[in-house]
Design a protein around this ligand. Structure first.
Ligand code: MN
Length: 207
């Protein structure tokens, strides 16, 4: 049976300073992320995980096939696992700046320009009620990029959208440094976005 593990970070907890502080990174990764990993593994045991495909994205994309009694757990813990994995990968100490290449072109087509994209994304992130995520996703059906938000740990995969970039706006992601000032956290986060990673992901997925 597949056991999911805490994803490894490619940078140190202190390397996203001053935008995301060391203590927040450490607790977020070691405690919160670990709890989603454990919750997912437990939920998979409940539904006989061995019979399910390896990739959690496949499971999330087809939640209706999960027994109803475990569906919310898979949505929450599976989403929590997948969302955080992408969150860590799409940040980097050398991040920030602007996207290039094909992604830049797509952003210009659907959002006018990068500044406007950033403004819309930030507003949606700030306005999420309670806990959730703001996303840049690829919509395979219509071959386009979109911004969307989800509550709690729900993954865009459950909506048949491919996440390219996600911003965690749970208080655990920012409260120690920014307290209730979510807009300041959102502004700071743009400085660590790993656009190289997001661009590559977009290129691979959109073909
Ligand atoms: Mn989180």
């Amino acid at each position: 049976m597949v056991q999911y593990e805490l994803p490894k970070l490619s940078y140190g907890y202190d390397e996203l300073e001053p935008f995301i502080d060391t203590q927040t990174m450490k607790i977020h990764h070691q405690k919160h992320n670990q709890s989603y990993v454990d919750g997912l593994n437990n939920a998979l045991v409940e539904i006989g995980g061995a019979s399910h495909p390896q990739y959690i994205s496949s499971i999330l994309s087809d939640l209706q096939t999960i027994p109803e009694s475990s569906r919310n757990k898979i949505d929450f813990f599976g989403g929590g696992f997948e969302n955080h994995k992408l969150f860590w990968e799409t940040m980097n100490p050398d991040g920030g700046g602007v996207p290039k290449g094909k992604l830049e072109d797509a952003i210009d087509v659907y959002f006018e320009d990068f500044e406007n994209f950033k403004k819309i994304f930030s507003e949606k992130a700030v306005n999420i009620q309670g806990s959730g995520w703001c996303w840049l996703v690829f919509n395979r059906t219509f071959n386009k990029i979109e911004i969307l938000t989800t509550q709690n740990q729900t993954s865009p995969w459950t909506l048949q959208k491919v996440p390219l970039l996600g911003l965690d706006v749970w208080e655990h992601a920012y409260y120690l440094k920014y307290q209730n000032k979510r807009p300041e956290y959102v502004d700071a986060w743009w400085n660590v976005v790993n656009w190289d990673y997001v661009e590559n992901r977009f290129s691979e997925i959109s073909g």
